[in-house]
Design a protein around this ligand. Structure first.
Ligand code: NDP
Ligand code: GDR
Length: 373
């Protein structure tokens, strides 16, 4: 029997990798996409299947996690074996600007899905994965963080996800549903949204290297994160739904770097050696030397990274480091892609796109490269 999966957030980074993964495994994949005034399916366009063709296994449904009747109807129509709740207002800084919306989507949206499964009496059939997060640890109470580490969220996003975490546990315990939380630490890829720190760095530096921008303005360079690759992490999302009984897992690499170190690694990949000078809001990254042909627009002495307090958060999560021992012991999961390999992949993808824009510009085409960050 072909298994049927429903993915909320299918147009996002994780949703797109998970959809590919499940299609490869022979699943019929259904995803919820939001109505937008322009196309928003770029990350899944390459796996789109024309519904007119027989045997199509990829289906998109218009919907929104804030809309109870819509979510319930889609669950009723799809009758999924597995639901992956990846949809969210996922940007921590934005959650301070839009706290109520973030709570509606990230907390109440999770409840709406769980209630749909319960109301439709699908509890015996449908397994539920909740995209929980290391942001639950916030002001960390223990290093490294594991499944039993107490939570202390530091943003409206973290607090909304805390509700989603516990309502998932509660439905598991109250209604005997197969529902579990993946407590995932930061994971990135060339498909990462452009305003998250890693992608902002690889894209920003690639644009500077090709003369499309001059300086990248950043927030807290001291923040420490445990960064993995999204491909490794979606594999684990599926593995969690294949166990005999539902359990919650921390998914992380167990290695930590600062934002400053990430900038340094990405710059090196472009052939740029940086020196960080000054402190706090005065800190800048100055180009020491440039090698190879990837950064023709950059000269020694250029300041290509500076701090802008605009990107500081009202409450910061300074350090996150996960302990994935339980995932390794129970499920044999270990990340396969190193941070270095991921930086190489992300820089190559952003350099490719910056080169295309620069080429068009040189030939007189007026291309606007979005500076939104
Ligand atoms: P993205 O921001 O890339 O994707 C979020 C997805 O949610 C997009 O498809 C987006 O649609 C969709 N979405 C946003 N609002 C709504 C809404 N109101 N109704 C329905 N769908 C909505 O996130 P990631 O792929 O990086 O993350 C996936 C999930 O995992 C999220 O829940 C995130 O909070 C969580 N998480 C992520 C981690 C990471 O490091 N990436 C770590 C831990 C948890 P659209 O494309 O239209 O914007
Ligand atoms: P995070 O990811 O908040 O951990 O949430 P993000 O990449 O946005 O920030 C990581 C750290 O970098 C610092 N930082 C900056 N961040 C951004 N976005 N832009 C900047 O200019 C900048 N300068 C420094 C931040 O302050 C922070 O400390 C991500 C999201 O994917 C969540 O959905 C997910 O739950 C968590 O990871 C785990």
């Amino acid at each position: 029997m072909t298994k049927r999966a429903l993915i909320t957030g299918i147009t996002g980074q994780d949703g797109s990798y998970l959809a590919e993964f499940l299609l490869d495994k022979g699943y019929e994949v259904h995803g919820i996409k939001r109505r937008a005034s322009s196309f928003n399916t770029q990350r899944v366009d390459h796996i789109y299947q024309d519904p007119h063709e027989s045997g199509a296994r990829f289906h998109l449904h218009y919907g929104d996690l804030t809309d109870t009747s819509n979510v319930t109807r889609i669950v009723a129509e799809v009758q999924p074996d597995e639901v992956y709740n990846l949809g969210a207002q996922s940007h921590v800084a934005v959650s301070f600007e839009a706290p109520e919306y973030t709570a509606d989507v990230d907390a109440m949206g999770t409840l709406r899905l769980l209630e749909a499964i319960r109301f439709l009496k699908l509890g015996d059939k449908t397994r539920f994965y909740q995209a929980s997060t290391s942001e639950l640890y916030g002001l960390v109470q223990e290093i490294p963080q594991k499944e039993a580490t107490p939570f202390y969220p530091r943003s409206p996003y973290g607090v909304a996800k805390l509700y989603a975490y516990w309502i998932t546990v509660n439905y598991r315990e109250s209604y005997d549903m197969y529902a579990c939380n993946g407590i995932l630490f930061n994971h990135e890829s060339p498909r990462r949204g452009e305003t998250f720190v890693t992608r902002k760095i690889t894209r920003g530096l690639a644009n500077i290297a090709q003369g499309l921008d001059k300086c990248l303005y950043m927030g807290n360079l001291d923040a420490l994160r445990d960064w993995g690759h999204a491909k490794d992490y979606v594999r684990m999302q599926w593995m969690m739904l294949q166990q005999d009984r539902p359990q919650d897992y921390v998914i992380a690499t167990g290695v930590q770097y600062s934002v400053r170190q990430f900038i340094d690694m990405a710059a090196k990949e472009l052939g740029i050696t940086l020196a960080f000078e000054g402190e706090g809001v005065e800190e800048k990254a100055v180009v020491r030397s440039v090698e190879g042909g990837n950064a023709p627009a950059v000269r020694p002495g250029d300041v290509i990274v500076a701090v802008d307090p605009r990107y500081f958060r009202p409450a910061e999560v300074e350090t996150l480091l996960g302990d994935p021992a339980k995932a390794k012991a129970n499920l044999g999961w270990v990340p396969q892609i190193t941070l270095q390999e991921m930086v190489i992949e992300m820089v190559a993808a952003d350099l490719d796109s910056a080169r295309q824009h620069a080429l068009l510009k040189r030939h007189g085409y007026d291309v606007a490269v979005s500076q939104e960050n």
